[in-house]
Design a protein around this ligand. Sequence first.
Ligand code: PMP
Length: 360
Amino acid sequence: MTTYNFCAGPAMLPVEVMQQAQAELINWQQHGCSVMEVSHRSKSFMAIAAKAEQDLRDLLSIPDSYKVLFMHGGGRGQFSAVPLNLLSKDGEADYVVSGSWSKAAVEEAQKFGKVRTLDIRRNQDGQRSLVAAKDWDIHPTADYVHFCPNETVDGLEFTELPHTDVPLVADLSSTILSRPIDVSRFGLIYAGAQKNIGPSGLTLVIVREDLLARGQGKAIPSIMDYALTAGNDSMFNTPPTFAWYLAGLVFQWLKQQGGVAAMAQHNQAKAERLYQFIDQSAFYRNDVAPANRSWMNVPFLLADDSLNDRFVKEAEANGLLALKGHRLVGGMRASIYNAMPMAGVEALIAFMQAFERSHG
Ligand code: PMP
C-alpha cells in the first residue's frame, strides 16, 4: 500500500531525497563514514554547506545584500532571536496576529521589550478571514513589523505585503519555497526546516545585512546572535550538520522540479483540487474565506464531529497518515507541502468520498 504523510511538521520529504540519503548514509561520497560523522569544518562538509546556501540563493533569488544563516532552535528559537537582535531598548515592535503561531511569537517577544499587536483576524458569519496588508496600521517608528504569512494551525494564508519603510520580519516556517517571494521586500525571513526544507533542528534565517548591526552591544546568547552567526558562516558552534546536508539535497531536488515557480503551480493545483472537493460536499467543510485559504495546510471539519476519531483511524488504515487537526482547533488537517504529490491528494479525496458514503 502506498502511504502518504499529511503531517504538519516534521513533514513528508521528497522520496528521491530520502533514497539518496539512504544510499549514502553509511559511506558518504566514499569517505568511509557517514556525513553525520565528519567535522563541520572539513573541506568536504564546507563544500556541501556552501552549495546548499548557493542553491537556496538561486531558488529564492536572494540579493547579495542578504546573509543566509543556518541556525538552531526552530521557529520558536526565532521568536526569541528576532526581538533579542532587532528590538531596541526604548523601541517598540509591531506584531501582526493572524493565528496561533503569530500569537505565540508575540508572547515570546513581550519578554524582551515593548510590543504592539495588530489583530487582523476576522470572523464573519462563521467564515474566517484576514485584514489585507494595505489596511494594517503599522506604526512608522516601529523597529520592525513581524507577521506570519501562513498560519500552519489555522490554515490561513496571505501573500500581499504591506508597503512601509519599517523592516518586514516574517515567519515563513510553513510556506517557504512553496511559491516565489520577493526577498528584497523583507528585512528578515526565518523558517524552521521541518516542513519544506528538511529535518527539524535546522532553522533558516535570511537577513538584510544592515539589520545585523542592530544587535551590537546587546547581551544576546551567542548561538542566537545574527551578527556573530553571520561572521562565522553559521559555524560559531557545531551546526545541525545532517539537517543541513539533507536541506541541500532538498534544494537540489527543488531545482530539478523547476524551482519555486513550478512548485507554486503544483501547490496551487493540489490545494484547489482539495478545496473544490470539500466545498461541493455537505459532509466536509472548510470555514476559511477563499482569499485566505492556505495552499500548505488545509483544515477541514466533518458535519458530525463524533466521527473525527473514526475518520483518522480509517484514514491511517488506508495509508493516509497524520490527518488529525491541531489540538487547538480540532477537526482534521491535511498538510500538503512541496513533497506531497497530486496522487496523495487524489488518494485523500477518494478516501473522503468512501468515508462519506459509509458514514454520511
Ligand atoms: N511558526 C510556524 C508558522 C510553525 O508552523 C511552527 C511549527 N509548526 C513554529 C513557528 C514553531 O516551530 P518550532 O517547533 O520549530 O519551534
